[in-house]
Design a binder for this molecule. Structure first.
Ligand code: ADP
Length: 375
């Protein structure tokens, strides 16, 4: 973090101990009354041909070029994931299955009090599996996955962000059930301010209209919005605004709470999670690490995120390659490349460090205790 951020961090931590982000918590705990409810329990992805889409009522006023762009860049067609691909995180996985995946699969059973939330908020340190979870929800519930970051709405599609939001939800409605994953959702949930650029105000307004509209149309949309929150920067920004008295944090808090009934903290992987990640990554590799050595690596990687573990294993995997003389690299037979060993991991550990600082972690935990869902 920069010095300025460091300073703000201190202020944040101090202010948090005085100021309870939970202000207005009763109102915040109120659950949304609207849910998306499907009329049948088909779990298959709705396949719609290009021709059908042209005549689809829901796409009538949408620019065909945008529809194309959404299909190419935002709709995710990468291979599907299973929960086993995500190591550790047992609590989050169980909660999500019960609250989100099963209702998406069986909307006929999960009605009324059992109705699913429209939004799921995932927060925590970077590289801990939040995006993987979003994808996995879509894969395991037979839903189409759309992934967008709010900064791309303001930067990549300058001037068209608002239309993109409308188009995205229209296409998602045509591909129900759908999971719309929004990275950096914090910037879409903050209150609109006077000083803000007009285009970004309009994007926020459109997003909230679409969000609040999910589940209210005649077809009873089966769209889940999964938001990812970068809380360190968010907290700093919120506090900054609070200190400057521009915005009251509880107003933002309330907007987010109302829309995201489930707010889940996705922590750094525990030992068992780190073990699972190493095992998964080494499964298809030629290595000679003993079970004991893998245990030692788990001991030495306390505080590593999932993506740090991924980086560590990739770095270690280069060890055998580095031990080949460069003159031989073009001709060496694949079976002559030596296995990855414990020494490679030791060397990699000095290159790949934990990316999340203790200071940041403290803030995440504090945020979770004030803001996370209890169950
Ligand atoms: P973020 O929390 O920032 O969305 P991602 O889900 O994009 O993180 O994870 C980044 C990468 O880190 C993944 O592609 C994967 O390689 C690895 N990773 C992170 N968490 C896990 C996990 N729990 N299990 C397996 N791999 C993980």
């Amino acid at each position: 973090m920069t010095d300025e951020n460091d300073e703000l961090f201190e202020q944040t931590a101090n202010a948090l101990s005085h100021y309870n982000l939970n202000a207005g918590s009763n109102a915040g705990r109120a659950t949304s009354k609207r849910h998306f409810r499907g009329n049948n329990h088909s779990s298959s992805v709705t396949t719609i041909s290009a021709e059908e889409e042209i005549v689809d009522e829901r796409l009538r006023n949408i620019d065909p070029k945008m529809i194309e762009m959404i299909k190419n860049e935002i709709m995710d067609t990468s291979p599907s994931l299973t929960w086993d691909d995500i190591a550790g995180l047992d609590h989050a996985k169980k909660t999500i299955q019960e609250a989100v995946t099963w209702p998406m699969l069986r909307p006929d059973i999960f009605t009324g009090l059992r109705g699913p939330p429209k939004g799921l908020l995932l927060f925590g340190p970077p590289g801990t599996g939040k995006t993987l979870i979003g994808k996995c929800i879509a894969s395991t519930s037979g839903a189409t996955f759309f992934s967008i970051s709010s900064s791309s709405l303001t930067s990549k599609w300058i001037g068209d962000g608002e239309k993109m939001v409308r188009a995205l939800f229209a296409v998602a409605r045509c591909h129900q059930p759908a999971v719309v994953f929004v990275d950096e959702i914090d910037s879409l949930l903050t209150q609109r301010t006077d000083g803000e650029v007009e285009a970004s105000r309009r994007i926020k307004t459109e997003f909230l209209i679409q969000f609040d509209g999910v589940g209210t149309t005649a077809e009873e949309d089966r769209i889940l919005i999964v938001g990812m929150l970068h809380i360190i920067q968010t907290l700093i920004n919120w506090l900054k605004q609070y200190l400057l008295d521009e915005i009251r944090p509880q107003e933002i808090d309330e907007a987010a709470r109302r829309r995201f009934r489930k707010r889940l903290y996705i922590p750094l992987p525990e030992r068992i999670g780190r073990h699972g990640i190493i095992e998964n990554l080494l499964r298809k590799q030629h290595h000679d690490l003993s079970a004991e050595e893998i245990e030692q690596i788990c001991d030495m990687t306390e505080g590593y995120s999932g993506s740090d573990m991924d980086g560590l294993c990739r770095e270690a995997a280069l060890g055998p390659i580095r031990s080949i003389a460069s003159a031989d690299i073009a001709t060496i037979a694949a079976e002559d490349v030596r296995p990855i060993n414990f020494q490679d991991f030791k060397a990699a550990l000095s290159q790949v460090r934990a990316s999340v600082s203790d200071k940041d972690l403290e803030l995440y935990l504090k945020f979770n205790s004030e803001y996370g869902s209890l169950s």
